[in-house]
Design a protein around this ligand. Sequence first.
Ligand code: ADP
Ligand code: ADP
Length: 212
Amino acid sequence: MNIIFLGAPGAGKGTQAEKVSAHCGIPTISTGAIIRTAIKTGTPMGLAAKAYAESGALVPDEIVIGIIKERLAEDDCKKGFILDGFPRTVVQAEALDRMGVRIDLVISIEVRDEVIVDRMSGRRCCEKCGASYHVKFNPSKDGVTCDKDGTVLSLRKDDKPEVVKERLETYHKQTEPIKAYYEAAGKLQTVDGEVSVDDVTAAVYSVIDGIH
Ligand code: ADP
Ligand code: ADP
C-alpha cells in the first residue's frame, strides 16, 4: 500500500508514519529527514537546501522531486511506502502522478495552528533515526535518549517559534491546496490530530482498513 501523510508542521505525520511503517512493514520516506541529513553532511543538495529549510520556506520543487524519484526507485519501496512530508505543493503532487506512482490513500492529520505552536517547543528528535518525541505528550523512556538507538535527543533548529510561524504560513499557502487535489481524486481522508497519539493511530488504522 502507498500512503501519503499530509498535515501542518508538527501535526504528527512522522509519529504516525513510524507506527504504520512498523505495523505494515513498509518504509517511511521523509523528505525533511533526507534534507536534514544532506545539510548536516554538507552534500551539494544539502548546501542548496539549507537556507530554505532553516528559514521555514520550502526547498525548490525540482530538488525535492529529484530526491523522491531516486528514493522510490529503491527495492524496499516495491511492497509499498509511506510518504511523510511529500508532496508539499500541487506541482509535487502532479510530478508523482507523472512518474506513474500509484497512491492508494492520503491521510490528512488536522491540527489547529495554536496547538502546533505548543507542540513544537516540546518536540525532541533523534538525529540518527529521525524518531520524534515530545517532552510531555510522547516522551522517550528516559526522557533524554532515543528508545531505538540511544542517541541523545535534540531540538530542531526550525522548531523555534518564529520559524514555526513561517512554516505554518508556508503550509497554508503552498501545501493545503493539495487537499483539494486529492479530494478530487477520491483519495483524501482526514483524521482529528488533536487527540492523544494512540487515538490518532486508531483513527489512522481505521481509515487504512477502510480501503482494503
Ligand atoms: P515538518 O516536521 O514541519 O513537517 P519536515 O521535516 O517534513 O517538517 O520538513 C522540514 C523542512 O524541509 C521544511 O520546512 C522544508 O524546508 C523542507 N522540506 C521537506 N519536505 C519538503 C518538500 N516536499 N518540499 C519542499 N521542502 C520540503
Ligand atoms: P510532523 O511529522 O507532522 O511534523 P511529529 O510527528 O514530529 O509531526 O509531531 C510533532 C510533535 O508533536 C512531536 O513532539 C510529537 O511527539 C508530538 N505529537 C505527535 N502527535 C501528537 C498528539 N496526537 N498529541 C500530542 N503531541 C503529539
